[in-house]
Each structure stands twice: as structure tokens, then as C-alpha cells.
Ligand binder design. Structure first.
Ligand SMILES: [Zn+2]
Length: 296
């Protein structure tokens, strides 16, 4: 088996990845990235010696547009899309998905995400937690991992786990940051997912933002620590009655300090920001605190 990392070059290198996995009888794709980088994806697949139509199946960890925004291109070629059962209806009819994204990205929608078309249900396979499928000679197991989204899977192939966003953001070996966008972030569910990943003892994890890491347990510990720390930090501000607009600049400053102190170079900082806009993380965490912790 061979795992190829494809850099989709989402406005900057090393922000958004997808993975082409080959095992002899036609490759599979993990994540598609957004529609806006579809030409880059096509070029990369061709560069690896394949035509788009050679792809035997597409697995998306969740339906956020930076992960599955280009899935409709593959479905329109008759290629099956594997997705969490709660995500499946929203790629068949993306109305609610797009409305939710527009609330966050407003007039930046088109620029960031391009076009998103409905996918015919016949090309969507809702893969359940613990289910194993064999595609292109590759056995893929879905591991439901909620907390970042309410419809997220990690995919286990042999000893490699593709952890989507539940495994955090880490670029060029820098600090591990938790991506916490609205509307589904739930800290306890996320911690449960991290326990689930640890239990499977993957030897290698592949992040969608960005790349391959072998120090799995150290990585997950750092993610857990920061997830709890950031959540508690935002929770305190919410309790003090602060509004998002007041919290955002302080939070963004804190994220930048973490990267700076770790010696992350400016171009990598830019990749972190494209992978996981820090201001957006505040919106997810304040929503979580208001809805689940303080019941405001
Ligand atoms: Zn993402």
C-alpha cells in the first residue's frame, strides 16, 4: 500500500491536504478539499499517473467544505462517496450546509469554496461506525469521531489513521491547535473521540491540515491539553458576559503567540490561518458554552 499526500495549495501551501491511497487495483481518495482547488487535485492525481475516473471510491471525514466541497465532481463521474450517515443527507441536498457556511463566511463564500452541487443519492454510501469496506483492494474502517462536527469519521487503513479535523491542525511539525468552528463543537464528545483514537493505537496519523505524523500519542496529548485550555479560556470570557467581538482579538493574539513561541515561520503561520481561521474558533466555543455549559 502506498499513501500519497496531495497538497491542494488552498491559497497557500500546506494548508489543506487530501490523500491518494493505492494498493494495486485502483486508488481511493481520502478527502477532496474544496471546489476551488479541484483543478489542483485533478493535476495532482494525473501527476501520480491516474485519471480522475480511475478513483475507486472517495472517503470524506466530514462534509465541511474544505474537506468535501469537491466531492460532487467525483459523484458526477459515477464515483461513490463514503460519508458519515448524519452527513450524507446534507451532500445530497446541500441547502442547509451552504446556509450554515454562509453564516460564517458571508461574502467570502464564493472566493473560498466556489461551487457546491447536489450529489445524487445513488452515489452516496453512508458508512457506519465500525463498518469496514473493501474498495480498490484496500480495507477501510470508519471510526466515528464526533466533537468537531456531529458527523465526523476517522478512517483506519492498516495501522494508518486519517483523522480529518478531530486530530487537530499541525503544520510542518508545529504546535497542535484544535479547530473549533460553529455549529457542532462539543468538547466532551471530542475528548471521547481522542480516547477512541488512542485505543486503536494507530502508528501513523494523517491530518487534513496537514500531513503525516508518527508521534501519535504526544500529538494527541498536546491536542487534548490545548482543546481543554482554549475551551476553558473562552468559557470564562462568556461567563464574564463578553461578546464574541471582544473575545476574538484576544483569542487570535493567543494563537499567534503559541505559534511565535514555537518558532513557526510566517509562511507556515499563514497556512495555519487558512487551515483554521482563529476568529472562527471563538464562534464555535462561545456557542458550545452558551448551549451546553451555561444554558444561556
Ligand atoms: Zn478542516
Amino acid at each position: 500500500m502506498r499513501i500519497n499526500t496531495i497538497d491542494l495549495n488552498f491559497f497557500t501551501p500546506k494548508a489543506v491536504a487530501c490523500y491518494l491511497v493505492e494498493a494495486g487495483s485502483g486508488p481511493i481518495l481520502i478527502e477532496t478539499g474544496p471546489d476551488t482547488t479541484f483543478p489542483n487535485l485533478k493535476g495532482a492525481i494525473e501527476g501520480l499517473g491516474y485519471d480522475l475516473r480511475d478513483i475507486r471510491g472517495v472517503f470524506v471525514t466530514h462534509i465541511h467544505l474544505d474537506h468535501a466541497g469537491a466531492a460532487w465532481h467525483f459523484a458526477s463521474m459515477g464515483i461513490r462517496i463514503y460519508v458519515h450517515p448524519f452527513g450524507a443527507p446534507h451532500i445530497v441536498d446541500p441547502t442547509r450546509l451552504l446556509a450554515s457556511a454562509r453564516r460564517i463566511y458571508k461574502d467570502q463564500m464564493e472566493l473560498l469554496w466556489g461551487r457546491v452541487e447536489a450529489i445524487s443519492g445513488e452515489y452516496v454510501y453512508a458508512i457506519k461506525d465500525g463498518e469496514r469496506v473493501r474498495v480498490g483492494g484496500i480495507e477501510v474502517e470508519a471510526v466515528e469521531t464526533l466533537g468537531h462536527a456531529s458527523h465526523h469519521h476517522a478512517y483506519l487503513i492498516e495501522n494508518s489513521m486519517f483523522v480529518g479535523d478531530i486530530g487537530g491542525i499541525r503544520i510542518e511539525g508545529g504546535p497542535v491547535l484544535p479547530p473549533t468552528p460553529p455549529p457542532d463543537v462539543h468538547i466532551e464528545r471530542w475528548l471521547e473521540s481522542l480516547r477512541k483514537i488512542r485505543k486503536r493505537r494507530p502508528e501513523v496519523i494523517f491530518l487534513s491540515h496537514f500531513g503525516r505524523y508518527e508521534d501519535v500519542f504526544k500529538h494527541l496529548d498536546e491536542l487534548e491539553r490545548r482543546l481543554v485550555e482554549y475551551s476553558e479560556w473562552v468559557g470564562k470570557k462568556v461567563e464574564e458576559g463578553k461578546e464574541d467581538e471582544e473575545i476574538i482579538p484576544e483569542f487570535v493574539g493567543m494563537c499567534h503567540r503559541v505559534l511565535e513561541e514555537a518558532g513557526v515561520d510566517p509562511s507556515t503561520v499563514k497556512a495555519y490561518e487558512y487551515a483554521d481561521p482563529f476568529w472562527m474558533n471563538v464562534l464555535g466555543l462561545t456557542r458550545y458554552w452558551k448551549k451546553f455549559r451555561l444554558q444561556l
